[in-house]
Design a protein around this ligand. Structure first.
Ligand SMILES: NC(=O)c1ccc[n+]([C@@H]2O[C@H](COP(=O)([O-])OP(=O)(O)OC[C@H]3O[C@@H](n4cnc5c(N)ncnc54)[C@H](OP(=O)(O)O)[C@@H]3O)[C@@H](O)[C@H]2O)c1
Length: 229
């Protein structure tokens, strides 16, 4: 049985776009939402878009979390702590939690081009303190534009993956590289998530200034840095 991916907050543009790309790549996806009906509607949209043998369903967030051990958080920072506390009892031992959250100042009424200072260092490190022991947090996909993910073209963006669990990071790099155009790069320890999160605020500023959907490419590394295994 393939490992399903639960995309919590997958009704929003970032989670929906990731889910769409993974379903297209043949992965099994469960869309999570605070509302099971909304999750099922999003799953139906992906099914209609991908067709064929697409395997996608929708559940309320806690049920989606309980159904698998590969979770993706795609919710705004204002819901980050609350959702993690809510799903905590349902997180299976040994799970991987992929955190895409950018703690934008907009979460507290500030600018979308600034990030908040987080006591733990980053949203992903905050997540690591909120999940049960033995659950690995991996930071990734912060710099991948939802607008591009929701299109059909290859995604012109590298995904830098940071975690204190090397095996979990490898799993996530494999998952990232299933998205056409994406090169997944080992970005080191989870503490580097702080930088990934801040780059997004810069990208949002560039998008506003130049009216586009910017991403990042890392150049100058040996070929093996871009290889998945
Ligand atoms: N948009 C991008 O281009 C982009 C790019 C890179 C990273 N990100 C990051 O990815 C995350 C999701 O981005 P997004 O643009 O998809 O966000 P969003 O549209 O604001 O929210 C995504 C989903 O999260 C759920 N949600 C909203 N408020 C919540 C709360 N207080 N508690 C729990 N769930 C809540 C909603 O789903 P339900 O109402 O169905 O529960 C919503 O559809 C953010 O942290 C963002 O910084 C976004």
């Amino acid at each position: 049985m393939p490992r399903a991916i639960a995309v919590l907050g997958g009704t929003g543009p970032e989670g929906f776009g990731l889910a769409l790309r993974w379903v297209r790549a043949g992965e099994t996806v469960i869309i999570g939402s605070r509302d099971a009906g909304r999750a099922r509607e999003a799953a139906a949209k992906i099914l209609a878009a991908v067709g064929g043998s697409a395997t996608v369903s929708g559940e309320e967030n806690v049920a989606a979390c309980a159904a698998t051990d590969l979770l993706v958080l795609t919710i705004p920072f204002e819901g980050h702590c609350g959702l993690l506390k809510q799903i905590r009892p349902a997180i299976r031992p040994g799970s991987i939690v992929i955190d895409t959250t950018v703690p934008l100042a907009a979460s507290v009424g500030g600018r979308v081009t600034r990030t908040l200072g987080i006591w733990e260092g980053s949203a992903a490190q905050q997540a690591a303190e909120l999940v049960p022991q033995g659950v690995s947090v991996v930071a990734a996909f912060h710099n991948t534009s939802a607008d591009i993910l929701n299109g059909d073209a290859p995604v012109d963006c590298d995904v830098i993956v940071c975690s204190d669990d090397a095996a979990a990071a490898q799993t996530v790099r494999t998952l990232a590289s299933k998205i056409p155009g994406v090169r997944a790069i080992d970005g080191g320890k989870l503490e580097n998530a702080r930088i990934l999160e801040q780059i997004t605020a810069l990208l949002i500023g560039l998008n506003i200034r130049h009216k586009g959907h910017s991403g990042i490419r890392i150049t100058g590394l040996p070929e093996k840095a871009y290889a998945v295994s």
